[in-house]
Design a protein around this ligand. Sequence first.
Ligand SMILES: Cc1cc2nc3c(=O)[nH]c(=O)nc-3n(C[C@H](O)[C@H](O)[C@H](O)COP(=O)(O)OP(=O)(O)OC[C@H]3O[C@@H](n4cnc5c(N)ncnc54)[C@H](O)[C@@H]3O)c2cc1C
Length: 523
Amino acid sequence: MSENPDATTAECCTPATEAIDAGAECCAGTDDASAGTDDNVTTVARADGSPIEHADPSLPVVVVGAGPVGLAAAAHLTERGIGFVVLESGEHPAAAVRQWGHVRLFSPWRFTMDGAAARLLTYAGWVRPDDDKLPTGAQLAEDYLQPLADLPAIKPHVRYGARVVAITRLGLDRVRTAGRDTTPFLVRLANGEDILAAAVIDASGTWGTPNVLGAAGIPAHGESDISAYVESALPDVLGRDRDRFAGRRTLVVGAGHSAANTLLALTDLAAQEPGTTVTWAIRATDPTRAYGGGEADALPARGALGTRLRAHVDNGTITLLTGFGIQRLSPAGTSVEVSDGHRTVTADRVVSATGFRPDHAMVSELRLDLDPTLGSTRRLAPLIDPNEHSCGTVPPHGVDELTHPEPGFYAVGVKSYGRAPTFLLATGYEQARSVVAALAGDWTAARDVQLDLPETGVCTSNPVEGDDTIAAGGSCCGTPAAEPEPAGRGQATGISGGPLSAPLTLVTIGGNAQDNQAGGCCS
Ligand SMILES: Cc1cc2nc3c(=O)[nH]c(=O)nc-3n(C[C@H](O)[C@H](O)[C@H](O)COP(=O)(O)OP(=O)(O)OC[C@H]3O[C@@H](n4cnc5c(N)ncnc54)[C@H](O)[C@@H]3O)c2cc1C
């Protein structure tokens, strides 16, 4: 990091092509004391642009998470010649994305790749995917993120199996002010190892911390006892997880597009596998918001998904329970009883599609200025508020909106949005570019935030099953990939179940605030 980026880049490795040639010897070398330094002083910039002198010029920037945005940050750090270490809890890059690898993104390739990353890859001879095609999560991981993480300039600086459990300042708790700005960050791993850092970019996402089933934001009574029956969001119902759903009674909980995707996959399964039943529970008393606006929806993909969903509810393939705020879950033989205090549903599997929340615990010793509602920074919150925005209408933003009182610490990517389900990769890449420019002291670039998202082709593509072109699209959180069935997907085995033990009725109770539960893009 340098107060004067020109000084750094002249000695080191921009443009990007030189960065790749130089690889670990020049850029991203965490043991290269000269990398990213100016006059032998490493600096971290304050929000007002003034540099903060740092005692140890050899310390790297630590990036937490090798997902799309963490690796984008690594690419920008590489281009700017700043030493870094990426700490990834999984055994591969894109560990979270691979979990939903069967889902096709709604954004075409052009909006799912970072600029610096694409430059570095292209120089290394990578063949760029067709900009207009829609990747699946698996393709995003294999065709873009894995090659990016494997670049010689990046690979030596990514550590897998490295779970960060806490981030603080060396020797200082959150209360202590004196010397804070010049004290290194201390990043603790699950294995007890401590790593010192000049700055920290937290791109650890939210996939690992789903919301609970309980309607009040805390676990429902008994929720911890029935975890064996609960599936996290977006199981591969028609693929690897098929056996757990075929011929069984599944309750899907949640009103967002993850729920919609799973529900539609389950209806396909129900058509193929006798005994498969689908129940959908939402807190809202009216499903209109979950359906979107149908043909009139400003987001055609969301509208199309909602229209299909509505048709399945209308024809009875999906049994909808409205106003169903889960209070209690109890094991009942090989199934689980789910109650809202008035009604009880018996299911073999419960899919929790209730959205995600950021894990702030690991940064609780840092000075954060969090929005009380969303858990993003306060300045970012009004720009991403799901009550006001869909993912397509979030304005570009960068370091200024991401700055906390703790100098040198930034959360980027989907974690930066807290509980708002309006995140798009393109905005995350711009965050990473802006933050790294600020760490380099290049405030002109840091504040020149731009985002070129056309109105169509990001959230607004039109889903066509079996097509992976931009016209195909999907919901805001993608549609299940309509790929040919791979060999090996056969009849479900070990099927048990049958009709729900208690018949479900569609109950609508009086309107309340639950109707306003967030929808957004990707919850
Ligand atoms: C089904 C689905 C479809 C989506 N489709 C689109 C789309 O079409 N277009 C779009 O723009 N966006 C889409 N999104 C939203 C968003 O782009 C993705 O969620 C994206 O993966 C977010 O990237 P990230 O790098 O911020 O976080 P993640 O991809 O979640 O990466 C975080 C990484 O950090 C690691 N990690 C977590 N905790 C720790 C820790 N404590 N220590 C070390 N490592 C840790 C994880 O293993 C993971 O590799 C979609 C999201 C989902 C769920």
